[in-house]
Design a protein around this ligand. Structure first.
Ligand SMILES: NC(=O)c1ccc[n+]([C@@H]2O[C@H](COP(=O)([O-])OP(=O)(O)OC[C@H]3O[C@@H](n4cnc5c(N)ncnc54)[C@H](OP(=O)(O)O)[C@@H]3O)[C@@H](O)[C@H]2O)c1
Length: 300
């Protein structure tokens, strides 16, 4: 099958390329040159923010299925430049969805827990989004663009993505490991309850949704199975890595950040657990994989 993956240099997109390489005919789409290990895929350098190039790349390839994992993901940068956030997260998703519509291709568009305001928590797919801030609002609009334009589309929401694979970009989880290893203090928000998601797990779930559940249209939460505050998350990471050191709880309201953060944005993954063979991972199991990835990239 001909499968296109956007955001191929990213945490989830890169993991998805690694999972499918050599098994399917693959078009990996990213901006600039590939920063993932070489493999049996074709690379397209195309900008989600430019109006046409991603759509053209997907159409020229003749994709039968598309995993849309590319996005402007820096929440504070989006707040500072809402026009760019709109172009990439809404316009880019529109490009992908238009291509899928033209080709009759299945689409899974990845979205975020930030579509919720975080006042209640433990959100299910049927709960009403109330996004706050430019990133959240553009991602929510991207969801609608995908669902409206692509006839066979699912939106898969993930949260607080991390990976320990070589070359994966730094995240909260990797910073915890690096800072504690250097003897530095880690600050973590004690009042943000989240569903940390291992990128490789999200990639596996969203690819199954893309390839094996063509009948499934609508939203699915494909995050990690454990909802946890960020201090506990940091402590769990430290524990798994055998790291001691100081983890200082911080209140979100005490830190001046450009973009608002939802406080209780945990996602219920009951629907994904029932639907998918690839189950959402409990935190302890995900941290086993994270630790193994990390050990493989920096043997000690
Ligand atoms: N990361 C998280 O904590 C998180 C949380 C909730 C939801 N999500 C969602 O999960 C999905 C996957 O994100 P991720 O976690 O894999 O984050 P990521 O590592 O930041 O991946 C996003 C990818 O999109 C690419 N991109 C950004 N702007 C682009 C543009 N104008 N044209 C082409 N490509 C562009 C980035 O390219 P570069 O590598 O060149 O920057 C990056 O490779 C996104 O939909 C995101 O909104 C992520």
């Amino acid at each position: 099958m001909r499968i296109a993956i956007t955001g191929a240099n990213g945490l989830v997109g890169g993991a998805a390329v690694a999972l499918l390489a050599g098994r399917q005919e693959l078009l990996a789409i990213g901006r600039g040159a590939p920063r993932i290990p070489a493999g049996p895929w074709t690379w397209a350098d195309a900008d989600l923010g430019d109006g046409r190039s991603v759509e053209q790349a997907i159409r020229a390839f003749g994709a039968e299925a598309v995993l849309h994992a590319g996005a402007a993901t820096d929440v504070d940068a989006c707040e500072r430049d809402p026009e760019l956030a709109w172009r990439v997260n809404v316009g880019g998703t529109e490009q992908v969805a238009r291509a899928c519509r033209a080709l009759g291709a299945r689409l899974v568009a990845i979205s975020t827990d930030y579509v919720f305001d975080g006042e209640r928590g433990d959100y299910r797919e049927e709960d009403l989004p109330n996004p706050r801030g430019a990133y959240a609002r553009t991602k929510r609009c991207g969801e609608e663009a995908a669902l409206l334009l692509a006839p066979d589309c699912a939106v898969a929401r993930v949260a607080v993505v991390y990976s320990g694979r070589p070359g994966a970009k730094p995240t909260f989880a990797t910073q915890v490991v690096e800072k504690l290893s250097r003897g530095e203090v880690v600050k973590a928000f004690h009042d943000q309850i989240v569903s940390p998601t291992l990128a490789e797990s999200a990639a596996a779930m969203t690819l199954e949704l893309l390839l094996d559940h063509r009948g499934f249209r609508g939203v699915l939460h494909t995050a990690g199975a454990t909802q946890v505050d960020r201090v506990t998350f940091a402590r769990k990471v430290a524990e798994r890595f055998g790291l001691t050191g100081e983890i200082v709880p911080v209140r979100t309201a005490d830190v001046k950040l450009p973009a608002p953060r939802p406080l209780r944005s945990g996602l219920s993954v009951a629907r994904a657990s029932a639907l998918l063979r690839t189950k959402p991972l409990p935190l302890d199991a995900a941290l086993e994989t994270f630790h193994a990835q990390w050990s493989a990239r920096s043997p000690s």
